[in-house]
Design a protein around this ligand. Sequence first.
Ligand code: ASP
Length: 736
Amino acid sequence: MGEFIFWIIEKQEVRMKKLFKAKNILAVFSLVLIFWGVSLSVRADEGMWPLSEIQKLNLREKGLRMDPSLIYDPAKQSLLYAVVQLGATGSFISEEGLLITNHHVAFGSVQAASTPEKDYLKHGFLARTRTEEIPAAGQTARITESFKDVSTEVLSVVKTKMSPAERTKAIERKIKQLVAAAEKANPGKRAEVAEMFPGKSYWLFLYTDLRDIRLVYVPPLAVGNFGGEDDNWMWPRQTGDFTLMRAYVGPDGKPAEYSPDNVPFHPKTYLRINPAGVKEGDFVFLLGYPGRTYRHLPASYIAFEQNVRMPAVANWYEWQINLMEEMGKTSREVALKHDARIKGLANTMKNYRGKLAGLQRLNYLAQKEQEEQDLKAFIQADPKRQAAYGEVLPSLERIYKEMELDYPRSFVLDNLRRSVILFQNAMTVVEATHERQKPDLERGAAYMDRNFNRTRQRIGLTLRASFYLPTDLAIFKELLKKAEALPDHQKIEGLSQLIVSGNNLDEIANNIFQKTRMQDVEFINTLWDRKPADLKQIDDPLLKLALALYPEYLKMEEANRARKGQLDELQAKLVDIRQEFLGQQFIPDANGTLRLTYGRVEGYEPRDAVFYKPFSTVQGVVEKTTGREPYDTPPALLELVKQKKFGRFINPELKTVSVCLLYSTDTTGGNSGSPIINADGELVGVNFDRTWEATINDFTWSHDFSRSIGVDIRYALWILQELGGASHLLKEMGIE
Ligand code: ASP
């Protein structure tokens, strides 16, 4: 932080010298005040930096010892190639395609591979040889190969007379064309265009997708998920949240679906592990794929999130979790179906509650509103600005208000698709049969040739791993009740046959679920090539319901497109004018593309008189252990601690094994599994979470309270060696 402020001050001095030449003392004086204000408010370590920007960061001055061009330089074997998108993030740690990520990132695949007899989720998993490695269902490891700015091409299709919906459509079409052209020119690669600043800048990324990923080592749940939901988003933390997987390719070295003939992938680079770890104060950086942040959006958006969307979603998820936990009490087999879903829902629910608490604590909405008052005054002070930007904030307010009014209805429609697996299947069939009549580039993404196989496969996987009819039915009934309670002007047309006064919705839902075949993959597979008109002839009540609701979804999609067209234009202008007003250049919000963030290993003060130290230790594991989930530490681990069998993975400062650590990087969902890398470019830990106060990172980051949480690599190595008996893997990682 110190160095960064120096850098700002140096820049100020250069500017001041220029100004002195102009002998405008008054201007200099006011500029000093303004710049001091800026430098004091500069949040030194904020930023999820696109790799194209990192040369500007002067990372050497911040503490990096390696050559920054070895992180990213298209001409070199950069670290970039060692980091993969794997649901969230993972990284290669051997030349034989060994990957490290989080236990919670692999959770769904471990669940899918588990049965009550072979419960890898509960007891963990170790492949002693390559042939024992098992497919990690649903996982793809994506490597970023290159990227380039295509904003001019994308925006060239926008014409002034277009309606907002036409604008969005034109941009969507252009993006699809660019993707198709890039994939044609680079056979075997996947292309995606990412919106960096909505409505303003677009980047084309080229990826290699490795589709045969296998489980290699999974710690027992009581280690990998120690503390469970109680401790999630919390510090102090003692979760061994790591897992090892391996990427395979066809014998020709090209990405391929699973086959026993496939061979381990050889990455261009992999991360060396430093088994000595880090200590307090050390510089660290992370490479990863952060999902979404919303730092450039207006107060009206924050109000919508705070007052409407987040509370509704958190309550809805809580309702579903309670239901699934209740269902799971019947048997381990049933519980296994729900484990990954519960984990995902609980993670988001608690995150939203943390964010809501953070918004209150910081009084963030009021702060944002105040900033916008000042911004409005700045806009009004100049007629040209007024003409260009005067309408931006009021229009955004109007749109978010509209979304608020619309919310209860769109909530039902969205969640029917999202939460009811059988309805989701029916809707996918209906959409597929309609969309697949169109030329490839005109279709919704899931139905384009490049994605359609995955779309179909996902149905089978979800049914196999997560479907339990009584749960699905209960969620369906609850949503029908919510639909019934909608005010008249929001009624959902497609449900009007069912929701008639006097009808017993529970009975209707029971009947639909009794008769539908949307849980039968073989049956579903016979429907993909049907024509929309044929579907109407099929006697399946859920399919019929999906057909009746299809026009509603089309309307909603069109409305969302129109809204996006408006929002893109307004948000782009908002970014421009805020940059001018604040005298800062923003970096784009997180959008699922590869980013770098840096900071130091350091604790913080979450509240008055409390300081959180940056390392937790195995003593903390012992202290928290109750013998009951989620604090049911394996006895063998307790014994190792008792006997002080710390060996070479001891933390020399703490004289014990450190488990987790805190550091001041800027992370969000998707950064799970990101390698924590030291100043020399070596892996020293694996990121997996943020603290309670940092859940608000998605809206605002502060050095005072934003801390990320990772598992110390020494703990992972210690577990692998002492508890897992996986010395062969340590050897593979170069730890002899
Ligand atoms: N736990 C998060 C994830 O799953 C990481 C974070 O949100 O900080 O990606």
